[in-house]
Design a binder for this molecule. Structure first.
Ligand code: 5AD
Length: 352
């Protein structure tokens, strides 16, 4: 089968073999337009022409983990750590809501200072502001805590599987295990969360076959969202000497994921934009339908260094929202005015 036939087969919803997926991941610049066009059509068919804009509050850079790629790893003594006070987090969420955001992503390192009670308080307070969906992205906690967060009103949870290669996962995450990560994802599904996973492109030791497995794992988990971004080396990590992930390959992975996952939310990731802002724009014409915007005060943004990033000119939340909207309209897309819940029907009963 040639690559166009493989793309047609995937578009029809037939299952691709690992080898067929690898063929698509290896397409060159002259061949890739057929893949990108098909991904664009499927995005429009399943997600429409609207981009979902989410606000993200990175509220704590304390982390108990030792992820080999992440600048916030607990061994890094060369960063200033911060915790946002609860009221400041709530006020930031309110400001974002007033600026037009309908999803607030609460993200942090794995910081147990934010106990079950504190997180539940945050959720309840933010939900009382208005019709806001809350996504938690705070890492691994036990079933009981996930349950309490859901009961307090959390709608979604983001916890990436990072790589589907179990050995590689365990080497990169000495503090935990692949099995535990998958268990967390399954617990969250069971509790009725809309669940987001995702992985990095270009991790040392990753092959095309691993990436095919990553996409198949997303399919198997039936995730509602998947963040796929290139690895960026951080100088204060074990992986500092490795090269960054390839953004062209990231776009192909995004397009192939769209072909296979159909109605899953796929963001144009921040890390893609950090390496190549043009490619971040292209992401919206080959599969992406979501964008995230940081909204915490700048004094914190500078310190939340998962990977190196250039400092940006300071603007208000409102100004940034307006710029983002203009950007989206400029690339011929529309702005979604709803919360951007999962497209998967099984969740409708949870959304009242
Ligand atoms: N490069 C790219 N992405 C990274 N992440 C963490 N560190 C890096 C890095 N060095 C991603 C991981 C994590 C998310 C919060 O950020 O996928 O889940």
């Amino acid at each position: 089968m040639n690559y166009k036939e493989i793309i047609d087969k995937a578009a029809l919803g037939e299952v691709l073999s690992q080898d067929e997926m690898v063929i698509l991941l290896k397409l060159n610049e002259n061949e890739v337009s057929y893949l990108f066009n098909e991904a664009k059509e499927i995005t429009e068919e399943y997600c429409g022409n609207k981009v979902q804009i989410r606000a993200i509050i990175e509220f704590s850079s304390f982390c108990r983990c030792a992820c080999a790629y992440c600048g916030l790893n607990s061994y890094n003594c060369n960063i200033k750590r911060y915790r946002m006070p609860l009221e400041e987090i709530i006020n930031t969420a309110r400001e974002a809501y007033i600026a037009g955001y309908k999803t607030i992503v609460l993200q942090s390192g794995e910081d147990l200072w934010y106990t079950k009670e504190k997180i539940c308080y945050l959720i309840k307070q933010i939900k009382s502001i208005g019709d806001i969906a809350i996504t938690l992205s705070i890492g691994e906690r036990d079933f009981e805590e996930y349950k309490a967060f859901k009961e307090a009103g959390a709608d979604r949870f983001l916890i990436k599987h990072e790589t589907a290669d179990e050995d590689l996962y365990n080497r990169l995450h000495p503090h935990s295990s692949f099995k535990n990560r998958i268990k967390c994802l399954k617990n969250l599904k069971e509790l009725g969360y809309q669940v987001g996973s995702g992985f990095m492109i270009g991790l040392p030791g990753q092959s095309y076959e691993t990436i095919a497995k990553d996409i198949m794992l997303l399919k198997e988990l039936q995730v509602d969202m998947a963040g796929i971004g290139p690895f960026i080396p951080h100088p204060e990590t074990k992986l500092k000497k490795y090269k960054k992930g390839d953004t062209f390959l990231t776009l192909k992975v995004l397009a192939l994921s769209r072909l296979i996952l159909k109605n899953t939310h796929l963001p144009a990731t921040t890390s893609l934009g950090v390496i190549n802002s043009t490619h971040k724009g292209i992401a919206f014409s080959c599969g992406a339908n979501v964008i995230m915007q940081k909204v915490e005060p700048y004094k914190y943004r500078r310190l939340y260094e998962i990977y190196p990033n250039k400092a940006k000119e300071e603007k208000t939340i409102k100004q940034e929202r307006k710029e983002l909207e203009d950007y989206i309209l400029n690339i011929d897309k529309k702005i979604s005015l709803n919360r951007g819940d999962s497209f998967k029907k099984k969740y409708f009963k949870f959304m009242k």
